[in-house]
Design a protein around this ligand. Structure first.
Ligand SMILES: Nc1ncnc2c1ncn2[C@@H]1O[C@H](COP(=O)(O)OP(=O)(O)OP(=O)(O)O)[C@@H](O)[C@H]1O
Ligand SMILES: [Mg+2]
Length: 79
């Protein structure tokens, strides 16, 4: 996969709620070019908000990497 301005590589996000694990995002990979007006579409529960929260740094991926402008933001700590 080529490197975009934003690159999601094999990104998953799981929420553990007691015995149950919910896979909100399951191995998502995509790139977005700089300056492109981009839409994320999908049915309710597909993981759109979870993806935007990870992209904005409000949530952290369980696995995979998120790269923005050459920086791997998935390696950032909570602070
Ligand atoms: N904090 C959370 N704890 C547990 N499960 C969650 C959490 N956030 C999201 N989920 C679950 O993850 C899945 C994806 O949710 P998400 O909100 O990302 O979907 P969405 O595509 O934004 O849906 P919508 O179109 O309804 O806004 C859903 O099954 C949802 O119930
Ligand atoms: Mg949503």
């Amino acid at each position: 996969m080529s490197e975009g301005f934003i690159t999601f590589r094999d990104v998953s996000r799981e929420y553990r709620m007691g015995e149950v694990t919910i896979k909100a995002v399951d191995s998502a990979s995509f790139t977005i070019d700089e300056g492109k007006f981009t839409l994320i579409v999908g049915p309710s529960g597909a993981g759109k908000t979870t993806i935007l929260n990870m992209l904005g740094g409000m949530d952290k991926a369980s696995s995979g990497s998120i790269n923005v402008a050459g920086i791997d933001i998935s390696s950032y700590n909570k602070k």
